[in-house]
Design a binder for this molecule. Structure first.
Ligand code: 5RP
Length: 227
């Protein structure tokens, strides 16, 4: 069933796309709607758009719809990157990785001049932490990383599983550990702590990355990050 909020946000993001742009494609159900609409617009207006994607799923979807998709390393810089989010606060900091794509999502985001997040109103929150924070860890030694998250940081970790009960693996063959950050006051400090720990590849705290948040309301609400 179509979520009108996601649909409205994805539609509004289309207006940021201009001919000859390099566009980052996010991952998730809202990003999927954007990719479908972008492909239609590129066809209708005969635009020249080059895309880099944040997951194998989004890359394959975009290519199947006729969009030109290239590896991220073939691109110097993306003009815009359009992605969803799991939770976003009033400063436009967010938690991402619900779709297990956080590592690709962050490196694509860092390659973009402008990051646009498209969300339905349910993703907005006064303080981050209602969504569990995903952390991508290398499989080797992951039990030790789990124990560090549990005993040293007290973050109530759980390995993310697939429907059949096996460990979920990401597009780069790593594991996801979800942790509870609801009681953490300083998420910048936590982000620094996590990224310095051996075995952690990346975490889903996206601080100071989103430039424009589009909330799919009637009409869509556009919020720009204040620096
Ligand atoms: C994937 C993500 C997605 O952007 C996030 O999960 C939002 O997904 P959706 O648009 O389906 O609500 O971070 O890793």
């Amino acid at each position: 069933m179509v979520n009108p909020g996601k649909e409205a946000a994805a539609t509004a993001a289309l207006s940021y796309v201009e001919d000859n742009m390099y566009v980052g494609l996010g991952t998730g159900s809202t990003a999927k709607i954007f990719i479908e609409k972008l492909a239609q617009r590129v066809k209708d207006e005969n635009l020249t758009i080059t895309c880099a994607a944040t997951s194998i799923f989004s890359a394959e979807l975009a290519a199947s719809l006729g969009l030109k998709v290239v590896p991220l390393d073939d691109v110097d810089e993306l003009d815009i990157n359009v992605d969803g989010a799991d939770e976003v606060d009033p400063q436009l900091n967010g938690i991402k990785g619900g779709g297990a794509a956080l590592f690709y999502e962050k490196i694509v985001a860092k390659t973009a001049k402008k990051n646009i997040w498209i969300v339905d109103p349910s993703k907005q929150s006064e303080q981050l932490g209602s969504f569990k924070l995903p952390i991508e860890v290398l499989p080797f030694g992951s039990k030790h990383v789990f124990n560090y998250l549990k005993h040293d940081l007290n973050l109530d970790p759980t390995f993310r599983l697939q429907a059949d009960g096996s460990l979920l693996t990401t597009d780069s063959d790593n594991y996801i550990i979800d942790v509870d950050v609801a009681k953490i006051d300083n998420l910048y400090e936590l982000a620094d702590e996590l990224i310095r720990h051996v075995g952690i590849l990346e975490h889903g705290l996206f601080m100071d990355i989103c430039d424009i948040l589009i909330v799919g309301d009637e009409p869509a609400q556009i919020i720009e990050r204040q620096n």
